[in-house]
Design a protein around this ligand. Structure first.
Ligand code: IMP
Length: 172
């Protein structure tokens, strides 16, 4: 889909990078029980592309987590759609669209502890290192970006633009 927003990361680079990530994850999780857990809604495109580049048996689930505008702590996050799969004794790979402050992921990592997974790691499509406030190990990221607001490839602005093929800088 074409748009007049400025392209930051073209689809061709996204495809190439996800292939690399998929290979890395396939090596790291060889012989392990893997649950890929996408965070709704923003990660639905990335999750769909990433799992098809992982050459291992795996299962996929989605969880809904909402963070409010102007989020300043993890307390502002809540689960809006529960897990369906049993993740106890499984290796969970959280798949996120973008780590900005990191509060959403920090909240989710604490939330998942009660289900007793054997490990929890994070794979984010985008990372804004200069905006980061919460501390956790970010094992995989596809791209680092600056502090600009981006749309496309699953990312929205007021629920729009998720279907853009490229990552674009929002032009209002
Ligand atoms: P957090 O600040 O790391 O908790 O990010 C929370 C959520 O804010 C992300 O999962 C995204 O849904 C949203 N978000 C943060 N930055 C952007 C952006 O540049 N574009 C679209 N959504 C964003």
């Amino acid at each position: 889909m074409q748009s007049d927003h400025k392209i930051l990361i073209p689809r061709s680079r996204i495809d190439q990078r996800i292939e690399e990530l998929g290979k890395q994850i396939s090596q790291d999780y060889l012989g392990k029980d893997l649950v890929v857990l996408g965070i709704l809604k923003g990660s639905f495109v990335f999750t769909a592309d990433l799992v098809r580049q992982i050459s291992l048996p795996l299962v996929v689930d989605f969880i809904g987590v909402s963070s409010y505008v102007g989020t300043t702590t993890t307390e502002d996050c809540k689960v809006t759609k529960e897990l369906h799969l049993d993740i106890s004794n499984k290796n969970v790979l959280i798949v996120e669209d973008i780590v900005d402050t990191g509060y959403t992921i920090e909240f989710l990592m604490n939330y998942l502890k009660k289900f007793k997974p054997s490990s929890v790691e994070v794979c984010t499509f985008l990372h804004k290192p200069t905006a980061r406030k919460a501390h956790f190990n970010l094992k995989y990221h596809a791209f680092e970006i600056g502090n600009e607001f981006v749309i496309g490839y699953g990312l929205d602005y007021n629920e729009n633009y998720r279907n853009l093929a490229d990552v674009c800088i929002l032009k209002i």
